[in-house]
Ligand binder design. Structure first.
Ligand code: PMP
Length: 291
C-alpha cells in the first residue's frame, strides 16, 4: 500500500511519525474519514471544509491548500488502484517537546491512507441493527468544540467498549444535559409522524457530512426536517431511528437497549433515505456543507 505523507507517496513501511509527535503523545490533531465510490471522492469539498475548520479551531495550521489536499487524495486513491473504499486524512500537531505546548511543534504531519472498507453486511441494511444506550456521557462543546474532529477519540472509545461488551456495534450517547447526542461514530436521526428529526450541533454533535447530506436529501424529498434536542423517551416513542456516517452510510436502528423501535423493521422513511443516499453516491453532486 502507498501512503501519501507530507507531499510524497511512500511505501506503507516508510510512512512513520515520531514518538514525539503530539498526535501520538496527546491526540493533538484532526482528521477526516472520507468515502470513495466508483473512484470519486464523496463530498470532497465538505470534508475539506470541515478539516480546515477543525484545524483552525485548535489553531493548527495546515501547510497545504484544500486544492493540494484534494489532489493528494486523488493521487493516493490512484496509487492504490482503489475503486471504492475509504480515505483517512490526518493532520497531527507534529513532533515537539514532551510538554503540552502545541506551539513548540513547528512541523505538523499530514498523511493520507486510502484503503478498503468493510463496515456492515448488506443484511444489516435490510434488517437494521440493535444498539445500546451508553453510560459514558458525550464531552460538552465547552470542553472540546464538537465541530473539531480531533484525534482524541477516548470519549467515543469508552462508549464503544460498552457497545462491544454488550455485543452490539454502536452505542447512543447522551450529553451532559441528558439529551441524545450521537453515537460513537455516527449521527442519530428519528422519524416521527413523517418528520425527520436530528439533534442540533449544540447537543454535543459532530457536524457529520452524511448528516448534512441526509438532511438535504430529506428536504428534497419533501420531508420536514428539524434540528431539535430530545431525550431518550422521545427515541423510544419514535416511529423510526437511523444512524448516518461515512462508514455506516444510512442504517436503521431497530432496538435501543432492547427496546424495539416501531414495529422492529426498517421503516419506510429510512428505506427511502437510504435509497436516495445510495443514488447520490453514484453521482458527482456536492451537497453544500452548511451544518
Ligand atoms: N459522529 C462522530 C463522533 C463521528 O466520529 C462521525 C464520523 N465517523 C460521525 C458522527 C459521522 O460523521 P460523517 O458523516 O462526517 O462521517
Amino acid at each position: 500500500m502507498k501512503i501519501w505523507m507530507n507531499g510524497n507517496l511512500v511505501d506503507q513501511s516508510d510512512a512513520k511519525v515520531s514518538v514525539f509527535d503530539h498526535g501520538v503523545l496527546y491526540g493533538d490533531g484532526v482528521f477526516e474519514g472520507i468515502r470513495v465510490y466508483g473512484g470519486r471522492i464523496f463530498q470532497c469539498t465538505a470534508h475539506l471544509d470541515r478539516l480546515f475548520e477543525s484545524a483552525s479551531l485548535i489553531r493548527l495550521e495546515i501547510a497545504y491548500s484544500a486544492e493540494q489536499l484534494e489532489e493528494a487524495m486523488v493521487d493516493c486513491v490512484e496509487a492504490n488502484s482503489l475503486e471504492s473504499g475509504y480515505i483517512r486524512l490526518v493532520v497531527t500537531r507534529g513532533p515537539g517537546t514532551l510538554g503540552l505546548d502545541p506551539f513548540k511543534c513547528p512541523q505538523p504531519n499530514v498523511f493520507i491512507i486510502a484503503d478498503q472498507l468493510k463496515m456492515y453486511d448488506e443484511e444489516m441494511y435490510q434488517n437494521g441493527m440493535a444498539i445500546i444506550l451508553a453510560d459514558t456521557v458525550r464531552v460538552s462543546p465547552s470542553m472540546i468544540p464538537s465541530k473539531v474532529k480531533s484525534l482524541n477519540y477516548l470519549n467515543n472509545i469508552l462508549a464503544k467498549i460498552e457497545a462491544v461488551d454488550a455485543g452490539v456495534s454502536e452505542a447512543m450517547m447522551l450529553n451532559a444535559a441528558g439529551q441524545v447526542s450521537e453515537c460513537t461514530g455516527d449521527n442519530i436521526f428519528l422519524v416521527r409522524d413523517g418528520k425527520v428529526i436530528t439533534p442540533p450541533l449544540a447537543a454535543s454533535v459532530l457536524p457529520g457530512i452524511t448528516r448534512n447530506v441526509v438532511m438535504h436529501l430529506a428536504q428534497r424529498l419533501g420531508y420536514e426536517v428539524r434540528q431539535e434536542a430530545f431525550g431518550i423517551d422521545t427515541v423510544y416513542a419514535a416511529d423510526e431511528c437511523f444512524l448516518t456516517g461515512t462508514g455506516a452510510e444510512v442504517i436503521a436502528v431497530t432496538s435501543v437497549d432492547g427496546n424495539v423501535m416501531g414495529d422492529g423493521n426498517v421503516g419506510p422513511v429510512t428505506q427511502t433515505l437510504l435509497h436516495a443516499f445510495r443514488a447520490l453516491t453514484e453521482t458527482d453532486e456536492q451537497i453544500p456543507y452548511d451544518s
